[in-house]
Design a protein around this ligand. Structure first.
Ligand code: IPE
Ligand code: IPE
Ligand code: MG
Length: 257
């Protein structure tokens, strides 16, 4: 009993502590390690994905509670199509059922759902469900939850360049007018600020084609925890770690003080 109380006190402390310091406006997470989590339990990879959806719920609720403005989750990459057919199918099924199940939670918490990625070439059922939920939540304003689906940063940049080139061809914009703002406006993430904190679970320390442009000055945080085990406490630890960093954006420490 005493142990539980001590644990609860530590937990509360961390949550309280991070609330009193500047929070990241935009958190992005590479949710990795579902397969290894399942394998370690002698189960199939899909069991890991099923349990990963619970961690998604926790992360979303925790971010809302903290007042984070934007949360971007890497759910399916352009490279993930290369996985076994059955795994891809299960991921799509889980996505549809999660969207159906979580719509009420999104509404209750005033969360706007957005998708990053080429969703028009996803299976029609996924596309339909997604567009329905995005439409239903488009006026919500407490937090934006951005699901990166069929997302690849190189695909995003290619798409961006094509759109800009088309506009130049049609004389809608001139080459001289292209700047970082114009590029930002043609990315899938067009209405989002830069990522402040990028978290990757499962011990891998790579970016895997995620938000290459948007993480230019993000603080990177890697943890060995597999995604299905990622709790609110782990998120608080990541944020506490972020708050200890000095973000210099090219300046010197002295200039900041
Ligand atoms: C992340 O977990 C989920 C997706 C990429 C869809 P993984 O499925 O990549 O799990 P590991 O990395 O194989 O353990
Ligand atoms: C990145 O994880 C994609 C998602 C989390 C959706 P992967 O597990 O696919 O990444 P790599 O291929 O091992 O780098
Ligand atoms: Mg992986």
């Amino acid at each position: 009993m005493e142990k539980i109380l001590v644990f609860a006190a530590i937990k509360m402390n961390l949550e309280e502590r991070i609330k009193h310091q500047p929070l990241p406006r935009h958190i992005a997470i590479i949710m990795d390690g579902n397969g290894r989590w399942a394998k370690g339990r002698g189960k199939l990879r899909v069991f890991g994905h099923e349990n990963g959806t619970k961690a998604v719920r926790t992360a979303v609720e925790t971010c809302v509670k903290l007042g984070i403005e934007h949360l971007t989750l890497y759910a399916f990459s352009t490279e993930n199509w290369n996985r076994p057919k059955l795994e891809v199918k299960t991921l799509m099924r889980l996505l549809i059922s999660s969207l159906k199940k979580e719509i009420d939670t999104l509404q209750k918490n005033n969360i706007r759902l957005q998708a990053l990625g080429d969703i028009s070439s996803m299976p029609p059922k996924v596309f339909q469900e997604l567009t329905q939920v995005m439409e239903a939540t488009k006026s919500n304003s407490t937090m934006t939850l951005n699901l990166a689906l069929n997302y690849g940063s190189r695909d995003e940049l290619t798409h961006c360049m094509r759109e800009i080139a088309q506009k130049i061809k049609k004389n809608i914009i001139s080459i001289e007018k292209i700047d970082e703002t114009v590029i930002n406006e043609h990315l899938y993430s067009r209405n989002l600020p830069d990522v402040d904190l990028l978290i990757r679970t499962s011990g891998e320390q790579r970016i895997s084609n995620f938000l290459l442009w948007q993480i230019a000055y993000a603080e990177l945080y890697f943890t060995d925890v597999f995604w299905p085990d990622f709790t609110d406490q782990h998120l608080y630890e990541a944020i506490a770690n972020y708050q200890k960093r000095e973000r210099r954006f090219g300046k010197t420490s002295e200039q900041l003080n």
